[in-house]
Design a protein around this ligand. Structure first.
Ligand SMILES: [Fe+2]
Length: 299
C-alpha cells in the first residue's frame, strides 16, 4: 500500500473524451458527475477515472491505503512532517469511499488518501477489450508525474506515502535526456505489487506525462493500437517493451494532450529480495516515435 485508486482529469472536451475513453481505451461510462463530468470503470471498482471540465491535465489522484490503519499510518507521517492533511467527509461521499483525507503533493497536485472504495455489483466487461484490464487489487495502473524538485518528490512519495524504489532509467531518447525513478507499493506479503505504480522525472509540460492501463492478453494491445490508429489518435511511441517492468506497450495522446500507455505483461514484485538498478535505455526494443519509423519519402 498505497495502490493507485483513481485519477481525475480536467478536460476541455468532455464529448471527445467520452468517445475516446469508451471507443479507443475500452473503458465504460459509470455515471454523470455533479459538475457535469462523468466517471469511468475498468474493473470491479465502481469508478476509476473522473473526467471533469477543466484545463487538460491531472486534477486529482486517489491513493488507496487499504484500511483504516494504513490510512492512519500515512496521515500520521504526513502530519509529523508538517504537511497539512484535511479530513473531507463530503469528498469521501462524492468519491464513494469510506474515509478520505486530502493534501497536495510537492508539485501542487491534489492528493486524496482513502480506504474503502465502492465496488460495483456488476462485473466489468468491455466490448473492445475482451480480456479485461489487469487492475482490482493491483490498482488502476501506473502514472508518471512531472517533478520540479526531485528531493521533495522523493521525501513525499517514499518517506511519507511509503513507496519503495524499483529502479531508475537514465539515458537519452532521440535527443531528449531521460532521468526517471520508478516506485512500487510495498507488499504486505499477501499479494504482489506492480513493478511500479508511480514514476517521476524532471519538469515536464503537464503534471502527468502518462497513465498506464494493462490488459489481460497481448492481442488486446494490438487491437487497441489499431483502434487508436483508426481513430487518428496521435501515436507517440510504437509498440515496444520496457527493460524494467517488461511491459509490452504503445503510447499515444489523449484528447487532453497528455499520454496514455496501453500494455500487457507487466512484471510484479513480491516485496522480498528486490535490488535496485539503473537502466541505460527506455526500451529493449520498439517504443520509437512514428516519425522515425516512417520518414517522409523524398519526392
Ligand atoms: Fe509507463
Amino acid at each position: 500500500m498505497p495502490t493507485l485508486g483513481y485519477l481525475g482529469f480536467g478536460v476541455s472536451d468532455l464529448a471527445a473524451w467520452e468517445g475516446f475513453a469508451t471507443g479507443v481505451l475500452g473503458l465504460s461510462r459509470a455515471r454523470t458527475l455533479p459538475d457535469g463530468g462523468f466517471s469511468l470503470r475498468m474493473d470491479g471498482h465502481a469508478e476509476r477515472f473522473h473526467i471533469v471540465p477543466g484545463g487538460d491535465d491531472l486534477v486529482h489522484m486517489g491513493w488507496d491505503c487499504g484500511n483504516a490503519a494504513g490510512l492512519s499510518a500515512v496521515v500520521d507521517r504526513l502530519t509529523a512532517a508538517g504537511i497539512t492533511v484535511t479530513e473531507d467527509a463530503a469528498l469521501a461521499k462524492a468519491r464513494r469511499v469510506t474515509r478520505l483525507l486530502r493534501c497536495t503533493d510537492p508539485d501542487g497536485v491534489p492528493t486524496e488518501l482513502f480506504f474503502g472504495p465502492t465496488l460495483s455489483e456488476e462485473a466489468f466487461t468491455s466490448p473492445v477489450v475482451p480480456s479485461g484490464f489487469v487492475a482490482d487489487a493491483l490498482g488502476l495502473g501506473h502514472i508518471v508525474l512531472s517533478s520540479t524538485d526531485r528531493d521533495a518528490s522523493w521525501r513525499f512519495y517514499v518517506e511519507l506515502l511509503g513507496f519503495r524504489l524499483s529502479d531508475h532509467i537514465v539515458c537519452e531518447f532521440y535527443g531528449h535526456p531521460v532521468n526517471l525513478s520508478f516506485f512500487h507499493a510495498p507488499s504486505d506479503g499477501s499479494a504482489p505489487s506492480r513493478h511500479h505504480t508511480l514514476a517521476f522525472g524532471g519538469p515536464q509540460r503537464k503534471r502527468l506525462h502518462h497513465f498506464m492501463m494493462e490488459v489481460g492478453e497481448l492481442e488486446d494491445v494490438g487491437k487497441a493500437y489499431d483502434r487508436a490508429i483508426q481513430a487518428r489518435v496521435p501515436i507517440m511511441q510504437t509498440l515496444g517493451r520496457h527493460p524494467n517492468d517488461r511491459m509490452l506497450s504503445f503510447y499515444a495522446l489523449t484528447p487532453s494532450q497528455f499520454q496514455f500507455e496501453f500494455g500487457w505483461g507487466g512484471r510484479l514484485i513480491d516485496g522480498t529480495d528486490w535490488s535496485t538498478t539503473t537502466y541505460d535505455r527506455i526500451s529493449d526494443w520498439g517504443h520509437h516515435p512514428p516519425a522515425v519509423v516512417a520518414p517522409r519519402r523524398k519526392k
